[in-house]
Design a binder for this molecule. Structure first.
Ligand SMILES: O=C(O)CCC(=O)C(=O)O
Length: 207
C-alpha cells in the first residue's frame, strides 16, 4: 500500500492522493484544534443521530455507527434502498458549508454525517455514485475527533492507497474518482475515541 503522507512538509498545502482516474486533495488542518473541539461537541449533542441501514450479503443490517442527513428541504437521498429526508441546516453546519464554498468555489446543498463511537465501527468499500448526486461536484469530507485510516481501492486493478484522516482535516474527492475507486473507513481493534465525519454533497434537483 502506498503512503502519500510520508515526508510531506507543509500541512497547509494539499497532499494529492491517487495518481490516476481521479484525484483527492488532503488538507491536514482545515480547522484548528479549538474549532475542532467546539464543532465536535456541538455536532455530537445538537444532531439527531440515528442508526444506519445497509445492505450486506443480501440482508438489511442496522449499524451501530450513527448517521444524520442534512440539506435543503428538497434534497432527498436514497441508498441501500432507504430514502432519507433532510434535517434542516444548523447554524454550525451552514458556517462549515460556507467556508468550503468560499474556499473552493463549489456549492453544496446537502451533507451526510457519520458518528463512529469507537475504532470498531467503520464503513465498508463503496463509492458515492448514487444517481441523485451531481457527479461534477467534488465531495468534501471533514473529520472531527479521533484520527482514522481511510483507504481507496481501484475498481479494476485493485491497487490501494491509504491515509490517516486527522482531527480538523479535509479530504476533497474530485470527479471522476467515484467512477473508478471504492473507498472505506477501516476498522481497528486499537482503543480510540469517537469521530464525526461530514461529507458535503450536491444533490441534482429536477428543474
Ligand atoms: O467516515 C469517513 O471518512 C467515510 C465516510 C464515507 O465514506 C461516506 O460517507 O461515504
Amino acid at each position: 500500500m502506498q503512503n502519500p503522507l510520508l515526508d510531506h512538509p507543509n500541512p497547509f498545502e494539499p497532499i494529492v492522493i491517487l495518481a490516476k482516474d481521479g484525484q483527492a486533495d488532503y488538507f491536514s488542518s482545515f480547522y484548528d484544534l479549538a474549532e475542532c473541539h467546539h464543532l465536535f461537541e456541538n455536532l455530537l449533542h445538537s444532531v439527531s443521530w440515528e442508526s444506519d441501514r445497509i445492505q450486506m450479503f443480501g440482508k438489511l443490517i442496522t449499524t451501530s455507527r450513527k448517521v444524520a442527513w442534512f440539506g435543503d428541504p428538497e434534497c432527498l437521498y436514497t441508498y441501500s434502498g432507504v430514502q432519507k429526508s433532510p434535517q434542516g441546516w444548523t447554524q454550525e453546519l451552514l458556517q462549515i458549508k460556507h467556508k468550503l464554498e468560499e474556499a473552493f468555489g463549489h456549492t453544496y446543498n446537502s451533507c451526510l454525517l457519520n458518528l463512529y463511537h469507537t475504532g470498531k465501527e467503520g464503513m465498508g468499500w463503496h463509492s458515492d455514485d448514487e444517481k441523485e448526486l451531481d457527479s461534477d461536484t467534488p465531495i468534501a469530507s471533514l473529520s472531527f475527533g479521533a484520527q482514522r485510516k481511510f483507504a481507496f481501492r481501484h475498481k479494476q486493478d485493485k491497487t490501494t492507497s491509504s491515509l490517516i484522516l486527522e482531527n480538523g482535516s479535509l479530504l476533497i474527492m474530485h470527479p471522476p474518482i467515484q467512477e473508478h475507486w471504492h473507498h472505506a473507513l477501516l476498522r481497528t481493534q486499537t482503543i480510540i475515541g469517537p469521530r464525526i465525519n461530514l461529507t458535503f454533497r450536491k444533490i441534482r434537483l429536477k428543474q
